[in-house]
Design a protein around this ligand. Structure first.
Ligand code: PNS
Length: 169
C-alpha cells in the first residue's frame, strides 16, 4: 500500500479521436491535474470507418501537445485491457459530457472490469463549452461547409478544410 502511494500515476485515455476535438483537449488538460502521465491511446478499429488514418490522428494529438511533459500518444488495435496489461497501467480516463454519455460509458467501464479486475475507469466532466460537441457532429458540419473553428485545435481545423475541399481560413 505504502509503495503504491509513491508510484507514478498513469492513466490511459482511449478513444477514436477521429479527429481530436477541443473537448478531448479539455479532458486531457483536466487529467493532467490528477495524473503524472496520460497516454492518449488512439484505438484502431478496422470495422469502423474513419475519416483520418490512425497515423494522422496520432500526429494531430502530438502536434497539439508538442513540448508538454507527461503526455504520450500511442495507438492500439484490439482490446483496451490488453494494452493496459502490457503498459502496466490500471486506470482508464474517460470524459463525460451530458447524461446521454452515461449509458455507453457505464457499459464499457463494467465490461472492461469484467475482463480484468485490475482496472478502474475515472470519469472527468468536460467543460460546459464542449457539452454539445463530438468528433462526429464536427465532421458532419465540416463536410457540409459549416464552421467548426474553435471547436477543434487549429491544425485539425485546417486539415478538415483541406479534406472537404474548403478554402483555408
Ligand atoms: O472515442 P470512442 O469511439 O467513444 O472510444 C471508444 C473506445 C475506443 C474507447 C472503445 O471502443 C475501446 O475501448 N475500443 C478498444 C476495443 C475494446 O476494448 N472494446 C471493448 C470495450 S468495453
Amino acid at each position: 500500500m505504502t509503495e503504491q502511494r509513491f508510484e507514478k500515476k498513469v492513466a490511459i485515455y482511449p478513444g477514436s479521436f477521429d479527429p481530436i476535438t477541443n473537448g478531448h483537449v479539455d479532458i486531457i488538460k483536466r487529467g493532467c491535474r490528477i495524473f503524472d502521465e496520460i497516454i492518449v491511446l488512439v484505438a484502431f478499429n478496422p470495422n469502423k470507418k474513419s475519416l483520418f488514418s490512425v497515423e494522422e490522428r496520432c500526429r494531430f494529438i502530438r502536434e497539439v501537445f508538442d513540448g508538454v511533459s507527461g503526455i504520450k500518444v500511442d495507438s492500439h488495435s484490439g482490446l483496451l485491457i490488453d494494452y493496459l496489461a502490457t503498459s502496466g497501467a490500471s486506470t482508464i480516463l474517460r470524459g463525460m459530457r451530458a447524461l446521454s454519455d452515461f449509458e455507453y460509458e457505464f457499459q464499457m467501464a463494467l465490461m472492461n472490469r469484467r475482463q480484468t479486475k485490475n482496472v478502474e475507469t475515472v470519469f472527468l466532466m468536460s467543460g460546459f463549452r464542449w457539452f454539445f460537441t463530438s468528433s462526429n457532429i464536427i465532421k458532419e458540419v465540416a463536410s457540409f461547409g459549416g464552421s467548426v473553428k474553435g471547436l477543434v485545435p487549429e491544425n485539425v481545423h485546417q486539415r478538415l478544410l483541406e479534406k472537404f475541399n474548403r478554402k483555408k481560413v
